[in-house]
Design a protein around this ligand. Structure first.
Ligand SMILES: [Zn+2]
Length: 157
């Protein structure tokens, strides 16, 4: 199957098929260097919509099997993010959590919806799925979108 990642430039020049899969999970986080509610430790019921694209369909008529997308997304999210406290690596809470033997996930970046969208995109795209974009709903009304950049054309200078 020819995925959008392999020929993403064509996504912008001709017809494409798109499908999406939704996965929900819960997480805690807080943002450093920020003034507002998300500077406090708190949780979200997050929703991730994974959009995949391909210029042609496989012999079954699929962009990709929904089951494969769901399985890959659930595995990564369950093992990495679900019901975990996500913190930036320099968060001063971390030594206290370590001392209390409380689990957490340390990221190199603030655990914002934008960064979480990219984290999920990078993992799924890296696993070979033809991911077009990841839409990360921190709430039902607030969504961050990460879309992979089209690769440089071999013909471009
Ligand atoms: Zn938040």
């Amino acid at each position: 199957m020819q995925g959008c990642l392999a020929s993403v430039a064509s996504c912008y020049t001709r017809g494409m098929f798109y499908v999406s899969e939704v996965v929900r999970f819960c997480y805690g986080h807080r943002l450093l260097d920020y003034v507002g509610k998300c500077a406090r430790v708190h949780g979200h019921n997050g929703k991730v919509e994974i959009v995949l694209a391909a210029p042609t369909l496989d012999k079954t008529g699929f962009v990709v099997d929904f089951h494969d997308v769901e399985a890959a997304a659930l595995k990564f999210i369950d093992e990495t993010l679900d019901h975990r406290l996500l913190l930036r690596r320099d968060d001063p809470l971390i030594p206290a959590l370590e001392a209390a033997n409380e689990p957490f996930v340390a990221l190199d970046v603030n655990p914002s919806a934008e960064h979480l969208a990219k984290l999920i995109y990078d993992h799924l795209a890296g696993s070979g799925l033809p991911v077009f974009e990841v839409r990360f709903f921190e709430t039902e009304t607030s969504v961050a979108v990460y879309r992979g950049a089209p690769p440089a054309s071999p013909a471009s200078p």
